[in-house]
Design a protein around this ligand. Structure first.
Ligand SMILES: [Ca+2]
Ligand SMILES: [Ca+2]
Ligand SMILES: [Ca+2]
Length: 212
């Protein structure tokens, strides 16, 4: 048997899972960082961006096309695993791709994250340092101890900079939300503890690790 402990948490859920906009009141005045800035685009502009990304003109784009499109349209880096995660979240047809309406919703979701990211980037450096990360996690309802916070930073800091870039931050928050949601579903008495079998443990890890 495997025994887990987790602090109690209150997380908001939306149609597409974890969304940051509820926490916009946290926003503070500061200079805009050089990165993590998305334009508010109307559906017509977004449909044009989608059409340009859809090279084979079949009305769908996959993770690699999404990655190329988001990167060139926003001038930010989007790692492939985040793009796969996003496709999985917005793919309403189960084809491993998104259609134009999904893409428009996905853009709004990323735009919300961009605003959230900038509000947490208090020093305006364009990335999230440890202090900013701790504050962000706390505002999302995660009261993680410093060791766990450091572990998350280390795991998602792909560039070894001691900070999180936009895409790594978003990916970390989405995955943390998924894992916490899985935990919460099993912690029926909400005492912060679950006891699960080895098979249940493997099932959870695989379902979170493989986005299908
Ligand atoms: Ca296509
Ligand atoms: Ca910062
Ligand atoms: Ca429990």
């Amino acid at each position: 048997m495997v025994r887990f402990f987790f602090h109690k948490m209150e997380i908001n859920f939306t149609d597409h899972g974890f969304a940051p906009q509820e926490y916009s009141e946290y926003s503070q005045e500061h200079e805009e960082p050089p990165s993590a800035h998305l334009q508010e685009l109307n559906p017509t502009d977004l449909a044009m961006i989608f059409a340009a990304a859809d090279k084979d003109n079949d009305g769908e784009i996959g993770a690699r096309e999404l990655q190329a499109t988001l990167s060139s349209a926003t001038l930010m880096s989007f790692n492939l695993s985040l793009c796969e995660l996003l496709i999985n979240m917005f793919d309403r047809h189960g084809k491993g791709s998104v259609q134009v309406d999904d893409f428009i919703a996905l853009w709004k979701y990323i735009n919300d994250w961009s605003n959230s990211f900038r509000s947490f980037d208090v020093d305006g450096s364009g990335n999230i340092n440890q202090k900013e990360f701790t504050t962000a996690l706390g505002s999302f309802g995660y009261n993680l101890n410093p060791t766990l916070t450091n572990l998350l930073m280390f795991k998602f800091d792909r560039h070894g900079e001691g900070t999180l870039r936009f895409d790594d931050f978003v990916q970390c928050c989405i995955i943390l939300h998924s894992v916490s949601g899985a935990f919460r579903n099993m912690d029926r008495d909400r005492d912060g503890f679950i006891t699960i079998s080895y098979e249940q443990f493997i099932s959870i890890v695989v379902s979170i690790a493989i986005n299908r």
